[in-house]
Design a protein around this ligand. Structure first.
Ligand code: TYD
Length: 208
């Protein structure tokens, strides 16, 4: 049975490093895997990503554009892939809207819940890997690695609130979230990911 896996975490937590690793694990089991990202994943979504990551705008505009990109992403990529029986790995999904627009920017969660109900009332990820690190670690990784976009330029309080909302959602939906302690080495994190993925794709490896 095809599954939908999402990767989440504050900027600098290191999730992107691990996406290819998890995709390769699944492909090694003979599964078809689609990797994608949000905002983005379609031509329109990537155009919206450019605007979202670099232009200032009203908070509600930002939230609605995130969900507009997501609507297109679901219609063009995620839903067709799952319908074909492919596994889908998305670098961020709706939990990021709750964490960044809801937690970080304080948009009332009820507004995000309304958008979620509109855009994907019946679909949730089967597994959400939340890469969690303290803010100082995330900041040090970001500073070392690149030119910062609009979100990455936010202050510590923004990321504290973003991280707190991610952790609150992980506690609210324990059946699909796994919190990954991303302060560890890449090898240690990958060992844990291997265990998580083998229990999720247990049908192929003989387990339920
Ligand atoms: P990110 O996934 O970190 O990509 P990269 O590693 O290339 O920088 O960047 C996406 C940014 O968009 C990130 O800062 C979080 C933000 N974001 C939201 O604020 N809300 C959302 O719903 C999504 C999907 C992303």
């Amino acid at each position: 049975m095809a599954k939908f896996i999402t990767f989440e975490g504050i900027d600098g937590a290191g999730k992107s490093t691990h996406i290819g690793f998890v995709a390769d694990l699944l492909r090694a089991q003979g599964l078809q895997v689609v990797t994608t990202r949000e905002p983005g994943g379609t031509a329109l979504g990537e155009a919206l990503r450019e605007v979202l990551l670099h232009q200032k705008m009203h908070l509600e505009t930002e939230a609605m554009l995130m969900f507009a990109a997501r609507r297109e992403h679901l219609a063009q990529v995620i839903e067709p892939a799952l319908a074909r029986g492919d596994w889908v790995i998305s670098d961020r999904f709706t939990d990021a809207s709750f964490a960044y627009q809801g937690g970080g920017r304080q948009l009332p969660l009820a507004k995000l819940e309304a958008l979620e109900q509109w855009v994907h009332p019946h679909l949730q990820p089967d597994l959400t890997l939340l890469f969690d690190v303290p803010l100082e670690v995330a900041r040090a990784r970001l500073d070392a690695s690149r030119t910062l976009d609009k979100f990455e330029q936010e202050k510590a309080a923004f990321f504290a609130a973003t991280r707190a909302e991610y952790l609150r959602r992980a506690a609210q939906f324990p059946e699909r979230f796994r919190i990954i302690d991303a302060t560890r080495t890449i090898a240690e994190v990958q060992q844990e990911l291997t265990q998580i993925i083998s229990s999720l794709s247990g049908k192929q490896s003989g387990k339920q």
